[in-house]
Design a protein around this ligand. Sequence first.
Ligand code: ZN
Length: 116
Amino acid sequence: MDKKRLEYYKKKLDAKREELQRLMAVAEEEGRAADDATQDIADKAANSYTKEFLFSQSNNERYILALVEEALGRMKNGGFGLCVACQEEVQQKRLEAVPWARHCIGCQEKQERGLL
Ligand SMILES: [Zn+2]
């Protein structure tokens, strides 16, 4: 991959990382605020639901953040844009949509079907 393209994806990854970190900070804030505001039992039930939701959401964010960090790491050691399974180049279209993708489309499909 040429330098210009790498630079382009790096910007996208950096922006995504910032966005995720911000979202996670907000979720944490809201979790704390929900704790403070809890009064009676009905509130508590609603609150634990909210917290669960925020938690699963932030888990998802944490997961993507880990993938983003990993992609940035691959960028440093020259493996960015290569499928981690078959070492083929990941399709540009796919990187465009998901710059932190670890697999090419073929391997991703295999993985989703439990074949990888
Ligand atoms: Zn592959």
